[in-house]
Design a protein around this ligand. Structure first.
Ligand SMILES: Nc1ncnc2c1ncn2[C@@H]1O[C@H](COP(=O)(O)OP(=O)(O)OP(=O)(O)O)[C@@H](O)[C@H]1O
Ligand SMILES: [Mg+2]
Length: 263
């Protein structure tokens, strides 16, 4: 469903500031596959998601979505198929618009312009029903400005909006990192439910290794622009956080503690 083939990405090539972010990354996701991505700061995780989303055009390599080569398509041209949620709860929603307006925007995304007809009673009912699945009590608050919601509420809403237009691919970049543990847990649970319910092919970046092991059907570890570990569901099920830390130590040749990895 999503194929990244031999992707390289270099920033400021040929200058003193040259940064090689991706060094020939190949990753293929089957439909419905849910891959968690871990790796230290600067490993290239966000760059990989940006390439998959079309926000960045890779230096070399190809991006394929549902069999079509989309390498040359910009992010807005992929928006119908590829949805994403960022780390910053403020990034995925429009704060000055109310919940209903935000949901309407997400609903229309990827649909033909001619079909826009504002928020009908039927849509309002659908929105309330979808909001109820978040179990945050937001359904009677359709007219509330999104800027008034908490980070966790906004992130849950962002997730709902991302899945609203039935994308093929969901890209999550540390989308629970800015939340308190309880809200992070809620958004993680909602993520797993949404992926299951919509059969989404998903890439989720997280620094939380316990979360990376618990969620998803496959885990990849990145380091210095490469995928250095790729665990299938069965292997992942028997892998511990200590094992993952051990892998990092092997690669870096130095001792890392939990705190370093999880920050
Ligand atoms: N827009 C950019 N301009 C220049 N360099 C960049 C840009 N984006 C990323 N880089 C560099 O590319 C490398 C990979 O960055 P990336 O953001 O993909 O890492 P990451 O794995 O997401 O790290 P983190 O865990 O800190 O989010 C880093 O060396 C970074 O400095
Ligand atoms: Mg990042």
């Amino acid at each position: 469903m999503l194929r990244l083939d031999d992707i390289t990405q270099t920033f400021f090539a040929g200058t003193a500031n040259e940064r090689v972010a991706l060094r020939g990354v190949t990753l293929a996701l089957e439909p419905g596959e849910f891959v968690t991505v871990i790796g230290s700061n600067g490993a290239g995780k966000s760059t990989l998601l940006n390439v998959a989303a079309g926000k960045l055009r890779p230096g070399t390599g190809t991006v394929t979505v549902a069999g079509a080569d989309v390498t040359a398509l910009a992010d807005h041209q992929r928006a119908r198929d590829v949805a994403r949620v960022f780390q910053d709860p403020m990034a995925g929603t429009a704060p000055h618009m109310n919940i209903e307006e935000n949901l309407a925007l997400a609903y229309e995304r990827g649909r033909r312009r001619g079909l826009r007809r504002g928020v009908t009673a039927a849509k309002r009912e659908l929105f309330a029903r979808e909001l109820a699945t978040l179990e945050l009590g937001l359904e009677p608050r359709l007219k509330a400005k999104v800027g008034m919601l908490s980070g966790g509420q906004r992130q849950a809403l962002s997730l709902l909006m991302a899945t609203f237009s039935h994308p093929k691919i969901l890209l999550l970049d540390e989308h629970t990192a800015a939340l308190d543990p309880q809200r992070a847990e809620l958004v993680a649970r909602l993520t797993a439910e949404a992926v299951e319910r919509h059969h989404l092919t998903t890439l989720m970046v997280t620094h939380n290794m316990e979360q990376a092991l618990r969620l998803g059907t496959r885990l990849v570890m990145m380091h210095e622009g490469r995928i250095i570990l790729d665990l299938d569901a069965a292997t992942k099920a028997t892998t511990t956080v200590a094992d993952l830390l051990g892998e990092f130590e092997k690669i870096k040749g130095a001792r890392l503690d939990d705190r370093t990895m999880l920050q």
